[in-house]
Design a protein around this ligand. Structure first.
Ligand code: URA
Length: 210
């Protein structure tokens, strides 16, 4: 079953409010996306399984060591997903970073895959897709199909800052086994496929491109 978890964390709401502001400069946009990515990342990884390892020693006594029981892959959807990759890699340094390039054709708004750096055989058990914005949901749907074809059988998670209601509905209609961790869901998607109020084009705001 698919599920959508809208963050209730006050820091996410606070930082997202600054991020939405059109006067917030690229440096701060990068920092905020990084911080929000980490906060959402904690929520998205809260149920990861762990396993016991061996008996270790603290300065005061013995304890049973534990470690993550699954190999995690962060799937970075270029280019705005790059902003999340570092943030989440800090939380799970052992995770693999996998790159997918998918852009939205400007007229049809259809996703076009232009870059795929997945190895021929999956080297991870579970993937978390990092995509700051879910607008129509087309890119997310394409990314999930690519990952399923690649061989990912487990539930696919998404970490996203801001999504449109329609985008979320489209994803759930097309893929039944996803979990979306999102900072905010906005009602309106305009005719150019932008989320309103949203925060504008995340890539342009990150990299100061026109
Ligand atoms: N991508 C963005 O960066 N912003 C939107 O509003 C929609 C898609």
């Amino acid at each position: 079953m698919s599920s959508v978890k809208i963050s209730k964390h006050p820091l996410v709401a606070h930082k997202l409010s600054i991020l939405r502001n059109k006067n917030t400069k690229p440096k701060q946009v990068r920092e905020l996306l990084n911080e929000i990515g980490q906060l959402l990342g904690y929520e998205a990884t809260a149920d990861l399984p762990i396993k016991e390892t061996n008996i270790l020693t603290s300065p005061l006594g013995e304890y049973t060591g534990v470690e993550l029981a699954t190999k995690i892959g962060f799937v970075v959807v270029l280019r705005s997903g790059l902003s999340f990759a570092e943030a989440l890699h800090e939380i799970i340094p052992s995770a693999r970073i996998l790159h997918l390039g998918i852009f939205r054709e400007k007229v049809s708004l259809q996703p076009v895959e232009y870059y795929n750096k997945l190895p021929s055989v999956p080297n991870v058990d579970q993937v978390i897709v990092l995509e700051p914005m879910i607008a129509t949901g087309g890119t997310a749907i394409a990314a999930i199909s690519i990952l399923r074809d690649w061989g990912i059988k487990s539930k696919i998670k998404f970490v996203t800052v801001c999504a449109s209601k329609q985008g979320i509905e489209n994803i759930i209609e097309n893929h039944h086994d996803v979990e979306i961790f999102v900072g905010a869901v906005d009602e309106v998607l305009d005719e150019r496929g932008y989320i309103v109020p949203g925060l504008g084009d995340a890539g342009d705001r990150l990299y100061d491109t026109p």
